[in-house]
Design a protein around this ligand. Structure first.
Ligand code: GDP
Length: 324
């Protein structure tokens, strides 16, 4: 068996961008290994340089194809790109490339691209914490663009907005006559709208529908010039159409974070979400570890109706947090 390298010894190698060290630290992040906590604190202190782009949309909308195409473009421009695929339906993790992501394998041979799948099933709220910590690890390892792709459908789609600087919502032609993002409730979270598969003849219709929807949403609202207005970009991974435009929009977003009030608001929102999610995870863990055996007396009183569920909940919480 390999001797286990302490996380603090992995850190200098992570900072040099050594991929095996990055992979090992990420496994510990994902497993919520307490041993790496202190190292993650150091990572956090050094992070903040990467532009984090969340990419979401219903299955089949072309997200992973777009992520590959974007990553390739960013590589051509000389950037290192980290990709985190968040998969709420998969129990598998640990950097595996999922079966349907074979097309990404040509990227996997490139040293400047790091792809990681993260399973979130049964993560008990740990997905957000693990994803955000992973983004930081990639950030300090020199991956200055981190693309976070949600693979399945679920809460993660909506939560991605709290974890990324820029949220790209992908809509596609040919998946029904409605804009799917509306149905999925994710239209509002877009900082950039992408209509994928622009090479298809029905794509212009999807673009027009989307623009109309967005215009309707604007009615009654002053168009504020100081605020970011989500552009609609039609892209094709097949022909390369729109990719430069999308990169330009992302670059503009990146500049926004350099000094605008809107950028600062988003960063504050991400930090707040992160703090709350981490607190939630700590509580859940303590609850699972620490409540066993000590709930029985409360439970008894609850059954006898000598305490209310609310009061019992409060007392349980007080006991758990009393552990410090
Ligand atoms: P995801 O489920 O959102 O990740 O979608 P995929 O990236 O797996 O794409 C779903 C399907 O759309 C696949 O069959 C792709 O080959 C196809 N597709 C993706 N991008 C394009 C595109 O730009 N043009 C065309 N014509 N098809 C595309």
């Amino acid at each position: 068996m390999r001797t286990r390298v302490p996380s603090r010894d992995l850190l200098p190698r992570v900072l040099r961008g050594e991929v095996p060290a990055v992979a090992r630290l990420l496994s510990r992040v994902e497993a919520a290994d307490p041993e790496c906590r202190e190292t993650l604190g150091e990572v956090y202190a050094r992070a903040g340089g990467a532009h984090v782009v969340g990419i979401t949309g219903v299955p089949g909308s072309g997200k992973s194809t777009l992520v590959s195409a974007l990553a390739r473009r960013l590589r051509q421009a000389g950037h290192k790109v980290g990709i985190i695929a968040v998969d709420p339906s998969s129990p598998f993790s640990g950097g595996s490339i999922m079966g349907d992501r074979i097309r990404m394998q040509d990227l996997a041979n490139d040293e400047g691209i790091y792809i990681r799948s993260m399973a979130t099933r049964g993560a008990l709220g740990g997905m957000a914490r693990a994803t955000l910590d992973s983004v930081d690890v990639l950030d300090v390892a020199g991956f200055h663009h981190v693309l976070v792709e949600t693979v399945g459908v679920g809460q993660d789609e909506v939560e991605i907005v709290n974890a990324s600087h820029t949220t790209v919502v992908v809509s596609a032609p040919g998946l029904g006559d409605e804009i799917q993002a509306i149905k999925a409730g994710i239209l509002e979270i877009a900082d950039v709208h992408v209509v994928s598969k622009a090479d298809r003849p029905d794509a212009s219709r999807t673009v027009a529908d989307l623009r109309q929807m967005l215009a309707l949403g604007m009615v009654g609202q002053e168009k504020d010039r100081t605020r970011w207005h989500p552009p609609v970009v039609a892209t094709s991974a097949l022909t390369g159409q729109g990719l430069d435009e999308l990169l330009a929009a992302l670059e503009e977003r990146r500049r926004l974070f350099a000094g605008s009030e809107e950028g600062r608001r988003r960063l504050r929102r991400i930090a707040e979400y992160r703090m709350l999610k981490t607190a939630e995870e700590i509580l859940r863990r303590r609850f699972h570890e620490g409540s066993a055996g000590r709930t029985s007396e409360l439970l008894e009183r609850l059954l006898q109706r000598t305490i209310s569920p609310h009061a019992a909940g409060e007392q349980l919480l007080a006991r758990i947090s009393g552990e410090g």
